[in-house]
Design a protein around this ligand. Structure first.
Ligand code: SAM
Ligand code: DTB
Ligand code: SF4
Length: 321
């Protein structure tokens, strides 16, 4: 980031303002997003994060999009927390392939103390091989966040997923405020916040605006903002959700970039279902990070060779260690 361009953090966005932003003429919206992007970032540089599911399935929460919820029959079976050696081997592989951050996900409502200690060992080991670390373990208490910080954790991912109003249509076992509380605990511990949402759950433009407002009106913007396009998984309540219009999705990327100018905006789940042209427009609209690796948590992501081919066609470089 260019040091001379300190971001002016606007955190009083109104619904009307953001709906107007999202629905501006597409060319005006994307042009402004790209201008903002260039003030804070190299426009031809994308950061690569690799995901690993360290604890699969059997989750007690009922998130309507999630293949790992125990409430739905999706063919994903519950497994135990992985062993440290497996995690180190995968992280080393990810580093060798060019990822700079390793993100470990667990299908938990919240971590038990005994499990947290094992995750802490993983964080320390991944840091030792010279990668940035991120974990997503569900709700976190203040002292647990502090422990992760002491272990050297760089980022904690915890998504708001949608607007406060739409959220309860998708999840009943945890409320919006509990998510905000976890995010406060992460922020207070001095860990970078990774927080975003999902587009394509049947929400309208007001809900998309509501999600962006919840993110951008935080006192400090999340350093990393994953924008996921719903991956429809058979057996989940959202399996039959209507497809997201590609242009509408790109509008959300552009709006996120304008509203959180100095944050990394990650083009997250759903890339396997996107054309290369759609991804290119997302990068033009200000996305500057992706999940890199053949798998997300349980679903498919593009092959590394496909990503490299696309980056080459676009003249995009990836962040170095
Ligand atoms: N269990 C933890 C939690 O929910 O806080 C961490 C893992 S959870 C799988 C992380 C995020 O993945 C969710 O908040 C959601 O935004 C995203 N996600 C899960 N299933 C998805 C799907 N089918 N399509 C797109 N995003 C999804
Ligand atoms: C995020 O926002 N997206 C990632 C990560 N954070 C943990 C997860 C996407 C999961 C997609 C469905 C799956 O593979 O199970
Ligand atoms: Fe559990 Fe996270 Fe999936 Fe919700 S999104 S069911 S909390 S793994």
């Amino acid at each position: 980031m260019h040091q001379e361009n300190k971001p002016t953090v606007k955190n009083n966005w109104t619904k009307d303002e953001v709906v107007a932003l999202i629905t501006r003429p597409f060319n005006d919206l994307v042009f402004e997003a790209q201008q903002v992007h260039r003030k804070y970032f190299d426009p031809n540089l994308v950061q690569l994060s690799t995901l690993m599911n360290i604890k699969t399935g059997g989750c007690p929460e009922d998130c309507g999009y999630c293949p790992q919820s125990a409430h739905y029959n999706t063919g994903v079976n519950a497994e135990k927390l992985l062993q440290l050696d497996d995690v180190i081997a995968q992280a080393q592989k990810a580093k060798d392939k060019g990822a700079t951050r390793f993100c470990m996900g667990a299908a938990w409502r919240q971590p038990k103390q005994k499990d947290l200690e094992k995750v802490i060992d993983m964080v320390e080991a991944v840091k030792n091989i010279g990668m940035e670390t991120c974990v997503t373990l569900g709700m976190l208490k203040q002292d647990q966040a502090q422990e992760l910080k002491s272990a050297g954790l760089d980022y904690y991912n915890h998504n708001l997923d949608s607007s406060p109003e739409f959220y309860s249509k998708v999840i009943s076992t945890r409320d919006y405020q509990e998510r905000l509380d976890t995010l406060d605990n992460v922020r207070n511990a001095g860990i970078n916040v990774c927080c975003g949402g999902i587009i394509g759950m049947g929400e309208g433009v007001n809900d998309r605006a509501g999600l962006l407002i919840s993110l951008a009106n935080m006192a400090v913007h999340p350093e990393s903002v994953p924008i996921n396009m719903l991956v429809k998984v058979e057996g989940t309540p959202l399996d039959e959700a209507e497809d997201v219009d590609a242009i509408d999705f790109i509008r959300i990327i552009a709006s996120a970039r304008i509203m959180m100018p100095a944050s990394y905006v990650r083009l997250s789940a759903g890339r396997s279902e996107m054309s290369e042209e759609m991804q290119a427009l997302c990068f033009l609209a200000g996305a500057n990070s992706i999940f890199y690796g053949e798998k997300l948590l349980t679903t498919d992501n593009p092959q590394l060779s496909e990503d490299h081919k696309l980056f080459e066609r676009l003249g995009i470089q990836t962040s170095r260690h």
